[in-house]
Unconditional design. Structure first.
Length: 287
């Protein structure tokens, strides 16, 4: 049984508002509805890679520190290797040369490094926010991403969400919370950890907002291997149809070819004849 003063309970209650706000960011709401573009999902995976690389580097640094050691579960929890597999799937063997850390992610990473090196007791907040979320709502996102992006049933591209060494997520979360509650922290330290967890949520929301802004510029998405369809948002010059209207489409563009064909005099003559025949037939029917 948990006491109201247990760290796990303080974190649950103290971050409830932040948790709700994170779930209601536009990026997360769109994701849950299956409106996640492949390119945006790749960028989200890149952000996770930099975040977990920093987090697990600092966890490794503090694995023997009593203020964090009980929460060190590298085999069960660590995500760096899984994220490397996902990035290799999306970007290829040279994925490290193709990715970069975004501004919002870098701020998150910097905070994690500061905490790990100067206030290691606050590392608990970052580990709790990330891993407990991955084992809960993250499992919903896994199914949505696999379906929306038509990813392989072998779970390639979503290894981040796969915890092979945890057979029962609910039981493991109970163990993790019990370990947290056993940490010897005074009231002030617990309050600081709750405050840091809320900061972690804010960092995550900043990353979500950054991804949402990028997503709005990725308006067109290939549908079932077909041509992109413009949805009226973003840069219309990227749409083949509108590019043709602006005289920007290449000669291989099907829209460009169709419009070019329609401009031929012979084609125009045939079209005019067809219209005349259709008009005559319509007039005859009306009379």
């Amino acid at each position: 049984a948990c006491s109201p003063m247990d760290l796990s309970e303080l974190l649950k209650e103290g971050t409830k508002e932040s948790h709700d706000r994170a779930e209601n960011t536009q990026f997360v709401k769109d994701f849950l509805k299956g409106r996640i573009k492949r390119e945006l999902f790749k960028l989200a995976t890149v952000a996770l890679h930099f975040t977990y690389s920093a987090l697990e580097e600092e966890m490794e640094r503090n694995k023997d520190n009593p203020v964090f050691a009980p929460l060190y579960f590298p085999v069960e929890l660590h995500r760096r290797e899984a994220l490397a597999k996902d990035l290799k799937y999306f970007y290829g063997e040279d994925w490290k040369e193709k990715i970069q850390c975004s501004e919002a992610t870098q701020q998150y990473v910097d905070r994690i490094h500061h905490v790990g090196q100067h206030e290691p007791e606050l590392l608990v907040a970052h580990a709790y926010t990330r891993y407990m979320g991955d084992l809960s709502g993250g499992q919903v996102l896994k199914k949505v991403a696999q379906r929306a992006l038509k990813l392989p049933s072998t779970e390639e591209g979503i290894q981040f969400y796969v915890f092979d060494n945890i057979s029962n997520a609910q039981q493991f979360k109970q163990l993790y919370r019990a370990r947290m509650n056993a940490l010897d922290f005074d009231k002030n330290t617990k309050e600081r950890i709750v405050e840091e967890a809320n900061k972690a949520f804010r960092f995550n929301m900043q990353v979500f907002d950054e991804l949402d802004k990028i997503g709005r510029s990725l308006a067109e998405e290939a549908q079932d291997g077909g041509f992109p369809v413009h949805d009226g948002k973003g840069d219309i010059r990227k749409c083949p149809y509108y590019a043709d209207k602006l005289g920007m489409a290449g000669p291989g563009c099907p829209f460009h070819a169709a419009v070019g064909l329609a401009r031929q005099p012979l084609v125009q003559l045939v079209l005019a004849a067809c219209v005349a025949v259709a008009a005559g037939a319509a007039a005859w029917y009306i009379l």
